[in-house]
Design a protein around this ligand. Structure first.
Ligand code: AG3
Length: 282
């Protein structure tokens, strides 16, 4: 909520904490058919998008989230060609994925307005939207997955909001079973899995549901994300059959990505979860 004229603060009442950004002005607000989307200009973090008063991204720090949702999984897969992104309407993940030599990326976000507003207020994330390999669909990702052909996709990236509201159905075994069916044998799924320090129960439930959906291996990787709860975020990978602890060190490709956060030695470090998380997930 905008708690006075100058600050936007997302409160986490269940955890007695919150995160605030100083605001120069509110640039836009609208109710789409699905949610309320607002855009602010902040004093130090560039533009800020919120959905239903939940922080989605800022210009300044989204690179960590978008790189970590894309590059670890794409370097883990031996030869990723057909990619699906569920959610991700701001197109930040899409842009990172399209830096790889993939054949196709299908992005399915329920709310076209997120993309249209991102094109205006986060144009740097939308530079690849017209890439010939990209298809931007605006429909229900859960339904899309149910209707998608079996064994047709290499990598599924679920870049969703929190597990409340429209995204709730993306966090359960029924959805993961559909993803498992749609992935080829060496396919991998990755999903944003909230804060390692605040939301261990959510992450643990996701991991259990992925395993029940017959994924052979799961791995939770963590990274900083200042504007999200606790400033520390995670993504959970699930491999259908493929091992998750090896990755391709393709130096020429990495160089061409021009990443600001991701590199191979950092990836190596991600393969070991912090001790308290190993205990929480065991
Ligand atoms: N996806 C992650 C949203 C989670 C943020 N949660 C929160 N602020 N409580 C955002 C979309 C970025 N492409």
């Amino acid at each position: 909520m905008l708690n006075n004229k100058e600050w936007f603060t997302e409160f986490y009442p269940n955890f007695g904490t919150g995160f605030g950004l100083q605001i120069k002005s509110k640039l836009h607000e609208e109710k789409s058919p699905f949610q309320t989307i607002a855009i602010y200009e902040t004093t130090h973090f560039g533009n800020l998008m919120t959905i239903d008063s939940i922080i989605m991204l800022s210009s300044r720090d989204n690179f960590m989230y978008h790189e970590m949702m894309s590059h670890p999984i794409l370097f883990t897969h031996p030869n990723p060609k057909n990619i699906v992104i569920i959610g991700g309407g701001d197109c930040g993940t899409l842009k990172e994925v399209l830096k790889h030599p993939v054949d196709s990326v299908t992005q399915i976000d329920i709310d076209e307005r997120v993309t249209r507003l991102s094109e205006i207020y986060f144009p740097e994330l939308c530079t690849a939207n017209h890439d010939k390999r990209a298809s931007l669909l605006f429909q229900d990702g859960i339904r899309w997955m149910i209707e998608a052909p079996t064994n047709s996709v290499d990598v599924i990236i679920v870049d969703s909001t929190d597990p409340i509201g429209p995204a709730e159905g993306l966090f359960n075994q029924a959805f993961y079973s559909q993803c498992h069916r749609v992935l080829r044998d060496n396919g991998i799924l990755v999903q944003q899995s909230e804060s390692p320090i605040l939301h261990q129960a959510i992450t643990r439930d996701m991991r259990n549901a992925m395993q029940k959906a017959a994924f052979s291996e799961v791995l939770t990787i963590t990274y900083p994300q200042p504007v999200y709860p606790s400033g520390w975020h995670s993504a959970t990978l699930a491999g259908k059959k493929a091992p998750l602890k090896t990755f391709r060190r393709d130096d020429a490709l990495l160089k061409s990505l021009q990443t600001q956060y991701y590199h191979f030695d950092l990836h190596q470090g991600l393969l070991t979860e912090p001790a308290f998380l190993q205990r929480a997930f065991s």
